[in-house]
Design a protein. Structure first.
Length: 304
């Protein structure tokens, strides 16, 4: 069996949601959303889990599901802390900054415990089992830092009826990622149209089938050294009073692709993404999870 690691990014502030959505109980048995991703990954063949959190979340995560998963599957869970002092020793952090430094920084904070080919996901997203089985097939084939993969979703399967979302809009050619553009304020409008409202409310209409990244990436561990250099360059380019800019995985990948430093295979999933962006999303997510238990996709108890 190939060794594969699932890295779960769970240290975000959840500012739009209004709380720590990563540990919101949503399943019929009070499951946390990231438990479903871990369950699907384990059944796809992943044998190591890394959860990136803030230090004050550790006890909650272990008590809610971490210890239970380890005991019942025998799979090791490592916990990595995204803390502002990590990988920033040469950067003068503005004292006013409270926002995390971004998803590149999050993955770097787990560098010490990632030793195998790995996939990265958000904690507050539901990805579907097909995504993980597809990634599990390609991970062993990624031989170095120059080769990677990502799972693309159809934009229409990722929007929220309760407000705008940010998505990595992808340009794909021959199943290779050519460009990924971090697009803010994508809005589901009346009549079902999806618009990019980052400039104006009547911004350009986006095709429902547009492939988007939901931060499900697959890499060889050698990419971590590339990430580290990219992050240092990002910090070096920040203005002294910048307290909001984040170093983001899609933007990093876009630059590496443009520079010819990496090739990214695009994998497709028909699954509908769902997740927590706004409080109003919660009932829909709970209903969707209940339906997946009812139709047999998941057992009555995930970790029985």
């Amino acid at each position: 069996m190939n060794d594969m690691t699932l890295v779960v990014m769970a240290a975000g502030l959840g500012s739009r949601y209004g709380g720590v959505k990563q540990v919101e109980k949503l399943g019929p048995g009070n499951e946390i959303l990231m438990e479903y991703a871990i369950y699907d990954a384990v059944h796809a063949g992943f044998n190591h889990i890394v959860i990136i959190i803030k230090p004050n979340m550790l006890q909650d995560v272990k008590e809610l599901f971490g210890d239970k998963i380890e005991a019942r599957t025998g799979i090791k869970i490592d916990y990595a802390f995204q803390e502002p002092e990590r990988f920033t020793e040469h950067y003068a952090m503005p004292p006013e900054r409270v926002k995390p430094l971004g998803t590149v920084h999050a993955v770097l904070c787990a560098k010490d415990v990632i030793k195998t080919p790995f996939a990265v996901i958000n904690a507050d997203d539901y990805y579907g089992g097909k995504a993980f089985s597809t990634v599990a097939e390609i991970l062993p084939k990624l031989g170095d830092a120059k080769h990677s993969a990502m799972v693309a979703y159809q934009l229409q399967n990722t929007v929220s009826p309760y407000g705008t979302v940010t998505r990595g809009v992808c340009m794909v050619e021959d199943d290779k990622l050519q460009k990924v553009r971090e697009t803010y304020k994508i809005k589901l409008c009346d009549g079902g149209l999806i618009r990019d409202t980052s400039e104006t409310e009547d911004g350009p209409v986006l095709a429902p089938e547009t492939p988007v990244s939901m931060n499900l990436w697959a890499w060889h561990p050698e990419i971590l050294d590339v990430m580290e250099q990219y992050f240092y360059d990002f910090l070096a380019g920040l203005k002294p009073d910048d307290i909001k800019s984040e170093c983001l995985l899609p933007i990093m990948m876009d630059q590496l692709i443009a520079e010819g430093k990496i090739e990214t295979a695009v994998l497709y999933t028909p699954d509908r993404w769902f997740g927590l962006t706004y409080q109003e999303d919660k009932p829909g997510v709970q209903a969707a999870l209940q339906a997946l238990h009812d139709d047999g996709t998941y057992p009555d108890t995930l970790w029985a």
